[in-house]
Design a protein around this ligand. Sequence first.
Ligand code: GLA
Length: 370
Amino acid sequence: MASLAIGIAACNNTEENKKETKEEMKTGIVKSDWGTTDGKQVYLFTLTNKNGAQVKISNYGGTITSWIMPDKNGKASSVVLGFDSLSGYLAKPPYFGATVGRYGNRIANGKFKIGNDEYTLATNNRKNALHGGLKGFDKVVWDASPTTDSVAALTLNYVSKDGEEGYPGNLKVSVSFSLSDNNELTIEYNAETDKPTPVNLTNHSYFNLTGDVSNTILDHVLMIDADHYTPVDSTLIPTGEIKAVKGTAFDFTKPEKVGARIDQVPGGYDHNFVLNRKDSSLQLVATLSDSLSGRKLEVFTMQPGLQFYSGNFLNGTFKTNDGKPINKHDAMCLETQHFPNSPNESAFPSTILKPGEKYHSVTKYKVSVQ
Ligand code: GLA
């Protein structure tokens, strides 16, 4: 079955799927074995709400593997990229649906200082550290505890050891996912440390609201509530400048097609937007809509930044479950986060978590059909 159409049996009404439909339509959470890696058991959890929307999440990498929703014609398909087997993820796709940490996005030269202590991280993106290093949170097996079998919610826990990928301090992290009957997928991050350390947690889902990579995301219409963005150097590290979007291809304050001005952005969009926000409460920061499917995505977050990545490095290496190559601009990410390279930019909001403090952040993705 296609990755962007996996699990459609759950919502198809054909005779042949009737039995499965009945079983799968049960709301709540279902746990299935999904293989092993690193000597640990991997599971796939299926969260289903009253309306038949279904999100699958694995404790491998805290990965959202599919999010099945009907389109305006009632045809169900997944709005995110993902694979239906663990082997797809062990082949190291570029963070499809993954929980990213300890530090999502880039840290220049894999180096930073806290006070007088200098730390050197594993570098995995030219000279920079990206998304937590060689074996970030996206490539580890998390401990899993489904909340109950009647509520569609799941909590994953992971202890990142002092020194892992070069980061200081033992970091206890938990990520909870819940799916409401209103088709809201809420992701709550909590963390505590025993030494000061940078923390920047995000989810790396790739959206294509048409549910089919035969359509690129260039016709999706995007709004980002950000009057500023952080320009980058040739290795995608922010220059430090906070630049106004007005009059540039980065102005998404009014809804605009992703592809309308993308030619003016060398390489495509892969930039952090400085969200307009009054405080750090959960608020709507972006919307994405697609007229083909009638689907709309709303992004709510407590984070100060949003990385808009237009799938520029997708190059056909990875294929959907039904064998379609996933190419440039076939999907896009809206990663809620702190700004890239914050540990080296004192003017950016701080990402340093200290012992005794609690990291707490919530992001909510809501999909509706119009
Ligand atoms: C992030 C980065 C991109 C790219 C992708 C993964 O979103 O900002 O530059 O590395 O992850 O390919």
